[in-house]
Design a binder for this molecule. Structure first.
Ligand SMILES: Cc1ncc(C[n+]2csc(CCOP(=O)(O)OP(=O)(O)O)c2C)c(N)n1
Length: 333
C-alpha cells in the first residue's frame, strides 16, 4: 500500500500570495461543494451515483491552473465535479446538472458523470472507465494538426490502466507524436479494490513507460508541487510534441461512491497519514507560515464559500426539469 509521497518533493515554486489565496478558495470550494452535493443526494434531489473528489483537489487545481484554456482541452473521467468547478463552470449549473434540471451544464441530461462545456474546453466526464482516453488521444492529434500549439489533458483513475483502450491509445499517441498529457489520478483504489489487488505493477508509471513515452510520478497532495510539475510537463509537451504520462499520488477520502462503505476494505489507521497530508491542510499551513492568512481568515473564507454554495443549491433547485420533448435534442441517434 502506498503512503503519501514526501520523498517526491522537488521543485516547490514561488507563488504569489494572491494566487495561493485563490488556490485555497478553489480547493475549499471543491471540498464544500461535494459535502453539500452529498447532503442533497441524501435528501433525494440527486439520483443514481455520487462520486466525490474530496482529497484529490490539488491534482485538478494544479494541472488546470497550468493549462492555457484558450487553446488546450480537457477530457475527463466520471469523478468530474472538481475539474468542472476549476475550469470555471458555475456551481449552480453543476448542481442543476446533478439535479437533472434544464439549467444544468449538460441541460440536465448528462448527470454527475457527463458534464460537458465546449465553451470551457471541457470535453466531458465519461461513465465508462477508460472511455475518455481514446477520445482525448484523438483530440490531441486534432490539436497537433490544427497547429496552434494546443495540448490535451486527459484525467482518469488508476483503474483505467486495466482497460484495453488505455494501451491502444498510449501506443498510438507515442507512435503519432500526440501532444497529450495523460494524468492518472492514483487515489489507491478502483472501487473497493486496492491498487495491489488490481494492478500487476503498482508503480503505474512503469505500465506507461512500455510505450516509449516520458513518465513522471508526482506528489498529488501539495498544490505547489502539482502546479510546478504541470507547468514543466506542459512546456515539454508543447516543445517536443510528444505525449507524457503522469501518475499523481493522492487519496480518495470517501468510498468509491456515496453508497460505498470504505471501512469494509480499509482501516482508519491507513487513512491517517493521507489525512495528515490533506491538500487543503498543507496549503493552509503554507499560507499561515508565509503570514499570508491567519487561521481565522481561512475559516471565514470557508464560511463565505459555504454560503455561496448554499445559494447555488437554491438557484439550481429553482431550475425546471427539461421537457420530455427535449429528450432527443443534442444527441446523435
Ligand atoms: C468499462 C467499465 N468497467 C467497469 C466499470 C465499473 N466501474 C465504475 S468506477 C470503477 C472503478 C474505477 O476506478 P478508477 O479508475 O481508479 O477511478 P476512481 O474511482 O478511483 O476515481 C469501475 C470498475 C465501468 N464504469 N466501466
Amino acid at each position: 500500500m502506498s503512503t503519501p509521497s514526501e520523498s517526491l518533493v522537488t521543485d516547490r515554486n514561488a507563488i504569489s500570495p494572491a494566487k495561493l489565496r485563490s488556490f485555497l478558495r478553489r480547493m475549499i470550494t471543491i471540498r464544500e461543494f461535494e459535502h453539500l452535493g452529498e447532503r442533497e443526494f441524501r435528501n433525494g434531489l440527486i439520483r443514481g451515483y455520487y462520486h466525490s473528489y474530496a482529497g484529490q483537489e490539488a491534482v485538478g487545481v494544479g494541472f488546470i491552473e497550468a493549462m492555457d484554456l484558450k487553446r488546450d482541452y480537457i477530457v475527463d473521467h466520471y469523478r468530474d465535479h472538481g475539474h468542472c468547478l476549476t475550469v470555471g463552470i458555475s456551481p449552480a449549473s453543476i448542481y442543476a446538472e446533478l439535479f437533472g434540471r434544464r439549467g444544468g451544464v449538460s441541460k440536465g441530461k448528462g448527470g454527475s458523470m457527463h458534464m460537458y462545456s465546449l465553451e470551457k474546453h471541457f470535453l466531458g466526464g465519461d461513465g465508462i472507465v477508460g472511455g475518455g482516453i481514446s477520445v482525448a488521444t484523438g483530440v490531441g492529434l486534432a490539436l497537433k494538426r490544427m497547429g496552434a500549439g494546443g495540448l490535451c489533458v486527459c484525467f482518469f483513475g488508476d483503474g483505467a490502466l486495466d482497460t484495453g483502450t488505455f494501451h491502444e491509445s498510449l501506443n498510438m499517441a507515442s507512435l503519432w507524436d500526440v501532444p497529450i498529457v495523460y494524468v492518472c489520478i492514483n487515489n489507491q483504489f478502483s472501487m473497493g479494490t486496492r491498487l495491489d489487488r488490481h494492478s500487476s505493477l503498482t508503480q503505474l508509471v512503469d505500465r506507461a513507460a512500455g510505450y516509449g513515452m516520458a513518465t513522471e510520478q508526482i506528489d498529488g497532495q501539495d498544490i505547489g508541487l502539482t502546479l510546478a510539475s504541470a507547468e514543466r510537463i506542459f512546456a515539454t509537451v508543447r516543445e517536443r510534441q510528444r505525449p507524457v504520462f503522469v501518475e499523481a499520488l493522492t487519496y480518495r477520502y470517501q468510498g468509491h461512491g456515496i453508497h460505498d462503505k470504505p471501512h469494509n476494505y480499509r482501516t482508519a489507521a491507513e487513512e491517517e497519514p493521507w489525512i495528515h497530508r490533506d491538500p487543503i491542510l498543507l496549503l493552509s499551513q503554507r499560507l499561515m507560515d508565509e503570514k499570508i492568512m491567519t487561521q481565522e481568515q481561512i475559516e471565514s473564507m470557508r464560511q463565505e464559500i459555504v454560503a455561496e454554495l448554499e445559494a447555488s443549491v437554491e438557484e439550481a433547485k429553482r431550475s425546471p426539469l427539461p421537457d420530455a420533448g427535449e429528450l432527443f435534442e443534442d444527441v446523435t441517434l
